[in-house]
Design a protein around this ligand. Structure first.
Ligand SMILES: Cc1cc2nc3c(=O)[nH]c(=O)nc-3n(C[C@H](O)[C@H](O)[C@H](O)COP(=O)(O)O)c2cc1C
Length: 167
């Protein structure tokens, strides 16, 4: 799939097969994040790839009051942390996550951005157990896996009113 087709066809996936995608496919997605642009090319991000159901549940327990999965039971959960309060933290994290979502789609995987763990500051020390470096904060994360069922194309097209052409 070419890059433009991937951008136009990607949807958020919220139902996943239990099957674990092969490691090389997961790492291709992570590499797409690592190759994203970053402000002044500082790349002060860290990628934590969790491929263990119990550990994903543990992360969920920090922010969810119920026993529900933090990531729609996806087999893979990727947290992108960044040096806390860095000037480019949100922007660089967004570039990395967008690249990963596009790569996932192009490689036949599904993904959705998960925001809940961003509010996890009070559990910062627990996050260090998940290789989030000291002084870093999770700014965004991704549920990843094989989509369960059909991924439907967008039914509502983005509004043209959000574009102004100045000639
Ligand atoms: C910054 C950001 C945060 C998001 N957080 C969540 C989330 O926590 N849970 C979720 O199910 N979807 C989340 N989404 C996915 C959006 O709901 C989704 O992208 C939007 O509805 C458009 O649908 P599409 O991705 O299928 O085009 C998030 C997306 C972005 C960009």
């Amino acid at each position: 799939m070419d890059a433009y087709s991937s951008i136009m066809s990607r949807r958020s996936v919220r139902a996943f097969k239990a099957e674990m995608p092969p490691m090389d496919l997961v790492m291709k997605v992570v590499d797409a994040g690592r190759y994203a642009p970053s402000g002044m090319n500082t790349q002060k991000w860290h990628f934590t790839v969790v491929m263990n159901k119990e550990k994903i549940k543990e992360i969920g327990s920090y922010v969810l009051s119920s026993d529900k999965s933090i990531c729609y039971d996806a087999p893979v959960f990727i947290m992108v942390s960044y040096e806390a309060d860095d000037f480019f933290a949100k922007e660089d994290t967004s570039c990395a996550l967008t690249n990963m979502m596009q790569a996932a789609n192009a490689l036949g995987l599904g993904s959705v951005w998960i925001n809940a763990i961003n509010r996890c500051d009070e559990k910062a020390r627990a996050m260090q157990d998940f290789s989030v470096p000291s002084g870093y904060r999770v700014y965004g994360s991704l549920a990843l896996g094989y989509p369960e069922g059909e991924v439907r194309p967008r039914s509502v097209k983005p509004s043209n009113e959000t574009v102004s052409i100045i000639r």
